[in-house]
Design a protein around this ligand. Structure first.
Ligand SMILES: O=c1ccn([C@@H]2O[C@H](COP(=O)(O)OP(=O)(O)O[C@H]3O[C@H](CO)[C@@H](O)[C@H](O)[C@H]3O)[C@@H](O)[C@H]2O)c(=O)[nH]1
Ligand SMILES: [Mn+2]
Length: 724
């Protein structure tokens, strides 16, 4: 039988492998030189600093070896949707879609409903689709917006399907249409656009006045769930079925069926821990089990709209494949962002290309990570099922289920599954559902699924399946990477360390793949060392690299230049600009000395029980000034923060060391400092935007004087540190 999907190896591997082997030799030579040339004790020649360099380079070398696991054999998947349609036709399985939102201020309801509408409009039989919104903010405005969306859907879905438009998020679609200045828009287009804008207007004015008109409230029983006492931290469970797909009266303006649409705000009480997004997802799994109980579950974050209306069918090509399908636990789509800029100021390209590349590499090792959004799971597997050879899916689940309950009874039953106590004394959050205990619930859950014997696949269609909002300020970027690196490193230090937990369950090379993000955080320490100590030693006249005439300088130059040239080559290959790549290098340093450093510290504090895990939501809104600077590629600082002090200290220190070092070299004519001057010089050039933000800029996003002052203090302290 013809397969439903194909697997291709990525080209250019021979060249890559050759380059990697030469790099490996280079790294070994560097380490050999370091180990053989440690200055004698008491010579005042920087023995300790030298050993530190050895340790840092040893770490970089080992980490580089780990990263090769995903570079060796990346693969790409292709699907055959026509075969799927021919073979399964009417027998396609039901699909449940979960959207998570948590805070109406950082995640505005209008953004959330655009995502909801985009997934309701999938090119898939509406009667087989159910969409659930989990609102951890428990906000009446989010509920109101969703209710508005349920009415707008009656016009939006037939419009999408008849005109076959993309993307199917109204916000994204209309803004793209506006940009392309298409004057030949149809009457229907203008009509729908009018409806959409009026709806957004009504939602905005309700949010602005923080009140929903009584006349609207009287139109749906759901509004009565809120009273003056309701807060986001303290309320009863709320489940409202806004569209019941089983009801024959539920149809759009053209008489076609509509997907089921459900609002859920699980119960919140101050005395019960809610386990953040994982808790919300688990509540959704239970609530949906009494409403639609579909065998396939897909989840997205509220800011990730569907950009490709065929994603469900693409994913099903894997699950329904006769030969391999029964082994596949989940299908992950890579993340993509619509607010990328060409100058890549916060290295959002890292989020797209680098992570996608790692995922493609892991695909051939047993499967990509679960990254928390844009992922299709089998319900049974999320509920803890192990892989066996005899596993067979029951795709008719959900479709044939004839519930005798009326809507009211279903809602009551669902509410009882969304209470704080219903997980008490159960395996939820452990063996069942998404796993709790780390802020990276996604990675941990994916690892557990792999360890239960399942594979996963990465599907990366030419037209991105999902588009989200990437961070647009430095603070957001630092925060996001802090949460990730802290979460994954905490996991690495726990019993879920891929090397222990995965031992005997997944291959060693797959374990290595998991350790790449797992060890992001500790990279901060050798990086900090490398951006401070060689520069300080330059100033103090202590050489830490081979001199220019020595042959030993060759491996150092080879490793650093080839590594960077290759990364530039890859960046250009993915359509980045030279400037964009350079900005990415700056963020590489900044992330390591701030986010990852905080990640290490917090992970260790967690380990010692000194602090509790948190989940800081990244904001999806920024003010006009900020977004303008983001578009122009100007870095955003603005207020005092310890992270900025670290960044500014390193920038100032390197500037000082470079100047001081150069003066001494010119005066003394020494030639042992070639590489130190280069390293320090590169750091200074890379930090030019930081100096600008400190001394030249006048806008609100500049580095405040307090940061400059504090960092000057730290520079003076650093200069006092003796290099021994
Ligand atoms: O208590 C909470 C906190 C967050 N969320 C939702 O979780 C999602 C992700 O939060 P966000 O602040 O946007 O984090 P990101 O850094 O963008 O998220 C990435 O990293 C997370 C793990 O750290 C994954 O869960 C996400 O899927 C992945 O996109 C959002 O939809 C939130 O609404 C909740 O539902 N409840
Ligand atoms: Mn997000």
């Amino acid at each position: 039988m013809e397969r439903l999907f194909a697997t291709e190896k990525l080209g250019g591997r021979a060249l890559y492998k050759f380059h990697a082997i030469t790099l490996f030799v280079g790294i070994c030579l560097v380490l050999y030189y370091r180990a053989m040339h440690v200055p004698a004790a008491g010579s005042g020649a920087g023995r300790v600093a030298w050993i530190g360099m050895l340790a840092a380079e040893l770490w970089f070398g080992l980490y580089w070896v780990i990263t090769q696991s995903v570079r060796w054999c990346p693969i790409r998947r292709r699907t055959f949707k026509d075969r799927l349609a021919a073979r399964y036709g009417e027998r396609l399985p039901c699909v449940d879609i979960f959207v998570c939102t948590a805070d109406p201020l950082t995640e505005p309801p209008s953004l959330t409903i655009s995502t909801v509408l985009s997934v309701m409009a999938y090119n898939y039989p509406a009667e087989k689709l159910s969409v659930y919104l989990s609102d951890d903010g428990g906000s009446i405005f989010t509920f109101y917006a969703l209710w508005e969306a349920s009415l707008f859907a009656e016009h939006w879905l037939p419009f999408c399907k008849r005109c076959d438009i993309e993307p199917r998020s109204p916000a994204a679609y209309f803004s793209e249409a506006d940009k392309s200045h298409d004057l030949h828009t149809s009457k229907e287009h203008s009509f729908i656009k009018g409806l959409y804008e009026e709806m957004i207007e009504r939602i905005a004015s309700a949010v602005m006045s923080s009140e929903i008109p009584n006349e609207i409230k009287s139109k749906h029983k759901g509004f009565s769930e809120w009273n003056t006492e309701t807060t986001s931290e303290n309320h009863q469970p709320i489940v409202q079925i806004l569209i019941d797909g089983k009801d024959i009266n539920a149809s759009d303006s053209k008489g076609n069926a509509l997907p089921t649409l459900v609002y859920m705000a699980r119960e919140k009480r101050p005395q019960y821990h809610h386990n953040f997004k994982a808790g919300a997802m688990n509540a959704l799994i239970r609530v949906s089990s009494v409403i639609s109980n579909s065998p396939i579950i897909m989840n997205v974050d509220c800011d990730m709209y569907s950009n490709n209306c065929d994603s469900i069918k693409d994913a099903l090509c894997f699950f329904l494949d006769e030969e391999m399908g029964h082994k596949i636990g989940f299908v992950q789509y890579p993340q993509n962002y619509y607010n990328l800029t060409k100058n890549n100021i916060y290295d959002n390209c890292f989020l797209v290309h680098d992570i996608k590349q790692d995922l493609m590499g892991m695909d051939s090792l047993g499967g990509p990570l679960y990254v928390g959004t844009g992922c299709f799971h089998r319900r049974e597997i999320l509920c803890g099922r192990r892989f066996t050879k005899y596993y067979k899916s029951d795709w008719d689940r959900g479709t044939t289920q004839q519930t005798q309950l009326c809507i009211y009874q279903t809602e009551e039953k669902a509410k009882s599954l969304a209470t704080c106590t219903c997980e008490y004394n159960t395996q939820w959050g452990n063996e069942i559902g998404l796993k709790y205990s780390f802020s990276v619930e996604d990675v941990l859950t994916g690892l557990a699924i792999h360890c239960r014997g399942w594979n996963s696949v990465l599907m990366s269609p030419p037209r991105s399946a999902f588009m989200g909002v990437g961070p647009t300020t430095l603070a957001q970027t630092i925060l996001q990477h802090k949460r990730w690196s802290e979460g994954i490193f905490s996991m690495f230090l726990s019993k879920y360390c891929p090397f222990f937990f995965g031992h005997g369950n997944i291959s060693l090379i797959h374990q290595m793949g998991y350790s790449i993000p797992g060890l992001w955080a500790p990279n901060s320490l050798p990086t900090l060392y490398y951006v401070i100590i060689p520069s300080l030693s330059l100033l103090k006249g202590i050489p830490l690299f081979p001199e220019i005439m020595s042959l030993w300088i060759a491996p150092f130059i080879y490793v650093s230049s080839v590594k960077n040239m290759y990364s530039l080559y890859e960046a250009l290959l993915y359509g980045q600009t030279l400037q964009g790549w350079w900005n990415g290098q700056r963020m590489w340093v900044i992330k390591r000395v701030t986010s990852y450093l905080y990640g290490v510290i917090d992970a260790i504090r967690n380990l010692l029980g000194l602090s509790k895990m948190g989940f800081a939501i990244t904001s999806k809104v920024s003010d006009k000034d900020e977004s303008q600077r983001y578009e122009q590629g100007v870095m955003e600082f603005g207020s005092f923060s310890p992270e900025y002090v670290i960044i500014a200290t390193i920038a100032l220190l390197n500037l000082l060391c470079l100047l001081g070092g150069l003066i001494q070299i010119v005066a003394g004519g020494r030639n042992m400092f070639f590489l130190q001057v280069i390293l320090c010089g590169v750091l200074v050039i890379i930090n030019v935007p930081i100096y600008e933000a400190m001394f030249l800029r006048k806008d609100r996003g500049r580095i405040p004087f307090s940061v400059t002052l504090a960092s000057s203090g730290f520079v003076i302290l650093a200069l006092l540190v003796p290099i021994i």
